[in-house]
Design a protein around this ligand. Structure first.
Ligand SMILES: NC(=O)c1ccc[n+]([C@@H]2O[C@H](COP(=O)([O-])OP(=O)(O)OC[C@H]3O[C@@H](n4cnc5c(N)ncnc54)[C@H](O)[C@@H]3O)[C@@H](O)[C@H]2O)c1
Ligand SMILES: [Zn+2]
Length: 377
């Protein structure tokens, strides 16, 4: 018999996020410097190309000007939640990586919404056990939250993000010009993640959001860009500096409102976007926090009012579906996804989060009832 070997090792990551405009303008050096003379497979969300058809010519001009080695013309694939509903897009990207001989020193450049980045990122993470990925998020939500994180994944077994990995990208390039073609719904979606992270981490940011609801609801580009930037920064700093980037513990400290949101997305067959579902989940969690005496009634009202002023509905019938049983099942699925003991992050005050390990079904029911009554007013 031998003693067990226990060898510690650690791997250093650098999380690089660039904030820019006109990333494909020929004078913009960011992408060119990142990719250099390596091979690159460019994959693009079809929804983005439909909204911004001129983008393909811009990419073409950039590639010529910077002599980038594209393995093929930009590969346009399904985006939106549809690309996470099965493994078709993942397989298409894997096939392209194989056919184009993308190796671990080449790049996949993924350009699209959060769902697209999740699916393409998953393919990049499992091809050759991980090829280099550069993400270009093109929605407010992905620029403010998902796209600047380190996770990817697709849905399976009727559960969000069941199949996926933690795989930090080589870099993220947030280009605010992409946001110009979003409709009001798409533009609004990302704001909810800004509200969420402000409640958890930054009371001043929350207050500034309260002061800018008119401009944000109107889609003011400069203010939107500032909000997206601050939200992205808070998310990325948390990932890099809070000590658990790959969520090995039982808590997901940024997932306020998300247990209900993920369940609502599935229960509504994705009628609700992720952002819309998070708004309801956030309202539910905050109301629960007040019900259990954690969060004050005045702050609760401020959060709900802020979300409403930004244009979010805070109720969906699915909260009460089948007596609320599927919703409660969402809480158990959330626990199962993380493993270990149920751990929910709720605020005690603005910018002051805490963890709880149980949430009574009756409290959740009361909160859902209240949101229903409020929505009917
Ligand atoms: N990996 C993570 O850490 C993480 C975090 C948060 C959210 N997410 C995931 O992100 C997804 C939601 O992402 P989303 O809100 O970006 O929505 P989305 O990716 O579903 O995109 C919404 C729609 O907008 C289109 N689109 C993309 N860019 C556009 C543009 N610039 N102009 C016009 N249309 C455009 C897309 O084709 C799609 O039809 C969910 O699946 C969610 O689970 C992942
Ligand atoms: Zn989210």
């Amino acid at each position: 018999m031998h003693e067990p070997l226990e060898l510690d090792f650690s791997v250093k990551y650098k999380h690089r996020i660039y904030f820019t405009e006109g990333a494909f303008g020929v004078t913009n050096p960011i992408l060119s410097q990142l990719i250099g003379s390596s091979k690159v497979l460019v994959v693009v969300d079809v929804g983005l190309i439909t909204a911004q058809p001129a983008l393909l010519a811009e990419i073409g001009a950039y590639v010529l000007a910077h002599k980038l080695s594209l393995t093929r013309p930009p590969y346009i694939l399904t985006g939106g939640e549809a690309c996470k509903s099965d493994d078709k897009v993942v397989q298409q990207v894997l096939s392209a990586i194989e056919a184009d001989k993308i190796c671990r020193h080449s790049y996949v450049l993924a350009i699209g919404g959060g769902a697209f980045l999740d699916a393409v990122g998953f393919a990049a993470a499992i091809a050759h056990r991980g090829v280099r990925l550069i993400r270009m998020p093109t929605t407010t939500l992905s620029q403010a939250d998902g796209g600047v994180g380190v996770k990817n994944g697709i849905n399976a077994f009727g559960k969000k993000n069941f199949t996926g990995t933690f795989a930090p990208p080589v870099a993220v390039v947030n280009d605010t010009d992409f946001l110009s073609s979003l409709d009001p719904r798409g533009r609004r979606d990302g704001l909810v993640e800004a509200v969420k992270v402000s409640i958890l981490k930054d009371a001043d940011f929350f207050q500034s959001l309260e002061g800018q609801t008119t401009e944000l609801a109107k889609g003011d580009k400069t203010i939107l860009a500032k909000v997206v930037h601050r939200s992205a920064e808070l998310h990325a700093r948390h990932i890099a500096q809070a000590g658990d980037p790959f969520e090995l513990g039982s808590a997901r400290p940024l997932d306020l409102g998300h247990w209900a949101a993920h369940k609502l997305e599935v229960l509504t067959a994705y009628r609700l976007s992720h952002g819309e579902a998070v708004a309801i989940g956030l309202a539910l969690d905050i109301t629960c926090a007040r019900e259990i005496g954690l969060f004050s009634a005045a702050l609760t009202e401020r959060v709900l009012t802020l979300l409403e002023k930004l244009g979010f509905n805070l109720y969906a019938d699915e909260l009460h579906l089948d007596g609320g049983r599927p919703l409660l099942q969402g809480l158990e699925e959330f626990r199962e996804h993380l493993g270990g003991r149920l751990t929910l992050v709720l605020p005690k005050s603005l910018g002051v989060p805490t963890q709880i390990h149980e949430l009574d079904a009756e409290v959740i029911r009361r909160a859902a009832d209240e949101l229903k009554t409020r929505a009917a007013r």
